[in-house]
Design a protein around this ligand. Sequence first.
Ligand code: PEP
Length: 252
Amino acid sequence: MRKNIVAGNWKMNKTLPESVSLVKEIISLLNKENSLQAEVIVAPTYVSLYEVNKLLKGSKIKLSAQNSASEHSGAYTGEISAEMIKAVGCDYVILGHSERRAYYGERDAILTRKVEFALKNELEVIFCIGERLLEREKGEHFKVVEGQLKNTVFNLSENEFSNIIIAYEPIWAIGTGVTASSEQAQEMHAFIRKLITENYNTDVADNTTILYGGSCKPSNAVELFKNPDVDGGLIGGAALKAEDFVAIIKSF
Ligand code: PEP
């Protein structure tokens, strides 16, 4: 179901005690709000998921992991399975983040397996796609994004795809302070929704949540979120400060 979402990807930041205080701060700020126009998700590191989940009980915030394994279980030292993530209290998992693609060589085939295990374990997947600066400069951004979808989540059945949230994150905007303009974001989100219509149908496209990610902050969130095809944001840096994260949530 399409919904407004603001999700905070904490990346490799915050120790366990720091994660606990950040989430307590976010909860206390959100408790002052009468109603929220967006679902709120936080994605701490694996080691903080258990404690953060306990604190989230009874709050309006949902829990996500930042990654999950491409295998079910067994001799995969250092990996964390989708089943484990679900069991610790996550409803979501972020897959395909550009940092995973760039630094850990995660390609379409691996991502397809990761998505498969996540869905089998009843996790909703925040699936990240986006082009590099050079690709945009060459005018290849639409083709790149189309390929990233066609080789992975577009092979899912309509029913499976209903558990996919797309996060469009132009790589040149991630952690750089350079945000896509409101027009650039809307243009790409509308393109992605058109591709979903072509691959599935209008109903599926209308029901898919498409988030924007890349230097989204309190000063630009209103502009970005007012677009008809931008259903919220995947937030990195600004999610590490409770006041900024809550200000972004209140931008709807
Ligand atoms: C991200 O990494 O998903 C992200 C959007 O980061 P930032 O907001 O810091 O650009």
